[in-house]
Design a protein around this ligand. Structure first.
Ligand SMILES: [Zn+2]
Ligand SMILES: [Zn+2]
Length: 460
């Protein structure tokens, strides 16, 4: 039994690992690489394995860095099953359609620039076909992936529908249990449930995004959010929040709702300027069974994302009208790493105004515009134009949907405590320096850890 680490190996994006058992190959995720444009474009075009050799795909959750290349597999001829949880399936339907739209627009833009035909990575029909292949299964219920590999999803507590995957692999008389963590969430996020560490593992593939840092608490994040909004509104500025349309945006709306209820932020309009976030919010409303029922507002699901100050803008004209409007306001728009989406035109308008605040609430990968904002690069490039960065930049990492160092270690410790045969632990989904630091921490605790390079092949 072997694993080939294809993507999210020594980096955060492009999650994809191949499991080889009994002569069959199963892909765990097939996500998009993000970051430096030309570099990631090349990586995104490389098939992880010849299509004829790929027998099944198991998806951990709907984020594009895990799911975004599924329609590319389909465009290249893949026509077998893609497994997912039921909520991941519904979220993927809106996210992959959005991604296809972005791919088509990108290709059009490049074609205009280069004055020659550019084939998009995939189109809408491939996203639609992908959804036909995707089978939704419940948590905690085993499903047969290929002969000799049985899967079971458990809650990863990261975004709606997110899962860690238990893979029971049998070759001849040998059975091994491989755990793929997916993205591990946090305890205490308001809408979704806490992560459930799997047990009985022989080997673990675990993410390590924040293996070198601790987050502030979710309550601390909420208090800082209120502070940033009050200060910005007092200057007459706007708070621009680039956020993942799925997960982060709903957590933010939830926090803002409770802050408005408590009367601790001024009554200024809150725009959720993202059709994708609107669709994703609808999917959230379809899956109350995955919510954390211990939360006060969650018990009243109907009003969870809906209160007098919040406005959801779907069409482009409305979105443009917001950038022209005067006065303080909060604008939440995708994309989370500021690589695409409507947040770009809000930044083109607003980044140079010192009254405004750009509030970063999520992980920003290397070489993304979001990362350059965090690093306070004086001149930003938006739509090919130079825009001076004069707005305040604030970072709140308490909204992260990823476990921090302590939470990750607690997750692993819980796995280990119930896994007497635990062998190798492979770190994925992390930047090299972070992984190296975290590896040292884990080795000191007695784990056998390595950080595989892209295309490294290991047996277990
Ligand atoms: Zn994720
Ligand atoms: Zn991820």
């Amino acid at each position: 039994m072997e694993i080939t680490f294809v993507g999210a190996a020594r980096e955060v994006t492009g999650s994809c690992h191949l499991l080889h058992v009994n002569g069959k190959t199963v892909a765990l995720d097939c996500g998009m690489f993000q970051g430096r444009r030309s570099e990631s474009a090349e990586k995104n075009k490389a098939l992880p394995v010849p299509i004829a050799e790929l027998d099944a795909v198991v998806l951990s959750h709907a984020h594009i860095d895990h799911s975004g290349r599924l329609p590319f597999l389909v465009a290249q001829g893949y026509s077998r099953t893609i497994w997912a949880t039921a909520a991941t399936r519904d979220l993927s339907a809106v996210m992959l359609a959005d991604s296809a739209h972005i791919q088509e627009k990108d290709a059009e833009f490049l074609a205009r620039k280069k004055k020659l035909f550019v084939e998009p990575l995939y189109g809408m029909r491939h996203a639609t076909r992908t959804m036909e292949l995707m089978v939704g299964v419940p948590y905690n219920k085993p499903f047969d992936i290929v002969p000799g590999v049985q899967g079971t999803y458990v809650d990863a507590g990261h975004i709606l529908g997110s899962a860690s995957v238990i893979l029971d692999c049998t070759e001849g008389s040998v059975t091994r249990r491989l755990i793929f963590s997916g993205d591990v969430g946090r305890s205490g996020l308001s809408i979704i449930r806490d992560p459930v560490p799997p047990t009985g593992a022989d080997a673990v593939i675990v993410e390590s995004t924040y293996g070198n840092r601790d987050h502030e608490s979710v309550d601390g994040a909420r208090a800082r959010l209120a502070e940033v909004i009050r200060a910005t509104a007092a200057r007459g500025g706007r708070v621009l929040i680039p956020a993942f349309a799925v997960g982060r945006t709903q957590e933010l709306i939830y926090s803002l709702h409770s802050l408005v209820k408590e009367g601790v932020i001024p009554s200024i309009p809150i725009y959720v300027d993202s059709p994708l976030a609107i669709d994703a919010t609808t999917v959230f409303q379809m899956h109350p069974e995955t919510f954390d029922q211990s939360e006060d507002l969650v018990r009243r699901v109907k009003e969870l994302f809906d209160f007098p100050l919040v406005r959801f803008t779907r069409d482009v004209e409305e979105s443009k009208a917001i950038s022209m409007a005067k006065g303080p306001m909060v604008i939440i728009a995708a994309s989370g790493m500021v690589e695409a989406g409507r947040i770009l035109h809000h930044l083109a308008q607003g980044a140079s105004d010192p009254r405004n605040t750009i509030l970063i609430v999520g992980f920003q990968a290397e070489h993304t515009l979001g990362r350059r904002i965090v690093e306070k690069t004086p001149m930003l490039k938006v739509f090919g134009e130079e825009v001076p960065l004069r707005a305040q930049v604030e970072v709140i990492n308490g909204y992260s949907a990823h476990a921090d160092r302590n939470e990750l270690t607690a997750w692993l410790d819980a796995v280990k405590a119930e896994s007497p045969r635990l062998g190798p632990v492979w770190l994925v989904h992390g930047e090299p320096e972070v992984q190296d630091t975290y590896r040292t921490t884990l080795v000191a605790k007695g784990y056998s850890v390595s950080c595989p390079e892209p295309y490294a092949r290991v047996s277990f």
